[in-house]
Design a protein around this ligand. Structure first.
Ligand code: HGY
Ligand code: MN
Ligand code: MN
Length: 396
């Protein structure tokens, strides 16, 4: 499976993956998923929100056990964030068949669409639409940086964007969703464990800061006459770092757009995207409020106009204790339970159905980078853990 996935959407220079929603690379990954489903005799299904399903047993029977993750990536993402969960799901099913397992509940493997939100700015679009956390109207407003709207992108990829929206009937037929994921940190490496269970996901969100200044000549405009939004942006980045440090939280400006983007012109607009996360809501509020205040003060001083828009927000998610305890019992009771600052479809769906996550050791902790890595032995341990969990849940 890895050999087939490896070249899909991989940039030849960076070695990172650029598998953005509704692009050719995304279509290649989706074709791979469908082929894996069909090769195993599973019933392939594409839902109204662009999520892919591979069913063993009758989807209409109810109380299904579902596993899977996503195949899209961040810009220059690693091979494992998302795909490890999908590959491990197919491999776990192969393992269960090898064991001669008899299923008493339907089982499905999923690939949720647009988990990273790399193209349209909002993460977990597929699961948000399904759960109703994102409405059709809101989704239709999403645009990529080229100005292509989500409906246009879906149509270009051969999907009907008018069908998207909440899918409560589908969710009503699911008894549990378990997502396996590469750990995006070094907790397991430090504790010496190969596999962990998720406890909670930190509250997190994305904010867009638009700094409007005045374009002018870089060689002739006196410093005192400038209204330079890059200056205000730079001060805001420094403030974000300081606010996050003081609160023990995280704040990152990882994406920026500059107009007109000329080396010898003062920018007219700098647009920066803040990603901020914290262990609790109060800390997150304090960080973001502090950054907004600093940005407004600097904007005032620099003669720059500032608009701040919250583009997405996910509150703290505490995974259901019953399912997580059941999984730990199945796995022998000694699996570490750890929190994460990374968002996941399992988190979005936790408001609608019982969800849980398994993490696989990441020896460097690196993620959202071409350097992301997991040892093959650890990946195989993850497959066996997932197979044990699925057997425990679906084969009683
Ligand atoms: O950005 C995130 O937390 C996730 O990996 N989508
Ligand atoms: Mn990710
Ligand atoms: Mn992921």
């Amino acid at each position: 499976m890895w050999a087939e996935l490896r070249p899909l959407g991989r940039h030849p220079d960076s070695g990172g993956y650029r598998r953005y929603a509704w692009t050719g690379a995304d279509a290649d990954c989706r074709a791979w998923f469908q082929a894996q489903a069909e090769a195993r005799g599973l019933t392939y299904e594409l839902d109204r929100n662009g999520n892919q399903w591979a069913w063993l047993g009758d989807p209409g029977a109810g109380d299904a056990v579902v596993t899977g993750s996503h195949l899209d990536s961040v810009p220059d993402g690693g091979a494992f964030d998302g795909p490890l969960g999908v590959v491990s799901s197919f491999a776990a099913l192969d393992e269960l068949r090898h064991r001669g397992a008899e299923f008493s509940r339907p089982l499905a493997i999923t690939n949720f669409g647009d988990e990273e939100g790399a193209r349209f700015g909002l993460a977990c679009v597929g699961s948000r639409l399904t759960s109703g956390a994102l409405t059709r109207e809101q989704a239709h407003e999403l645009r990529d940086t080229e100005g292509v709207s989500l409906p246009q992108a879906m149509e270009a990829a051969g999907y009907d964007p008018h069908l998207i929206g909440p899918d409560p009937e589908r969710l009503a037929g699911i008894g549990a969703f378990v997502e396996l994921h590469v750990e995006q940190g070094r907790a397991l490496d430090l504790s010496g464990d190969t596999v962990g269970i998720a406890s909670a996901i930190w509250p997190h969100g994305r904010w867009r800061f638009d700094f409007h200044g005045e374009a002018n000549h870089a060689g002739t405009t006196r410093l005192v006459d400038r209204r330079d939004p890059m200056l205000t942006y730079a001060q805001t980045v420094l403030a974000a770092r300081e606010e996050a440090r003081l609160a023990g939280a995280l704040a990152t400006f990882g994406k920026i757009a500059v107009e007109p983007n000329g080396v010898n012109a003062i920018p007219s607009l700098v647009r920066g995207w803040l990603d901020s996360r914290a262990a609790d809501q109060d800390s997150l509020d304090a960080v973001v409020t502090g950054i907004e205040k600093a940005a407004r003060e600097h904007a005032e001083r620099d003669g720059v106009d500032l608009q701040i828009v919250r583009e997405s927000f996910t509150p703290v998610i505490e995974f259901e204790h019953a399912l997580r305890d059941e999984m730990n019992r199945i796995l022998g009771g000694r699996v570490p339970v750890l929190g994460t600052g990374a968002g996941h479809d399992a988190g979005i769906l936790s408001g609608s159905i019982p969800t849980a996550m398994l993490f696989v050791r990441n020896p460097t902790g690196v993620s959202h980078s071409p350097a992301e890595f997991a040892e093959e032995d650890d990946c195989l341990a993850g497959v066996l853990a997932l197979a044990d969990v699925l057997e425990g849940l679906a084969c009683r």
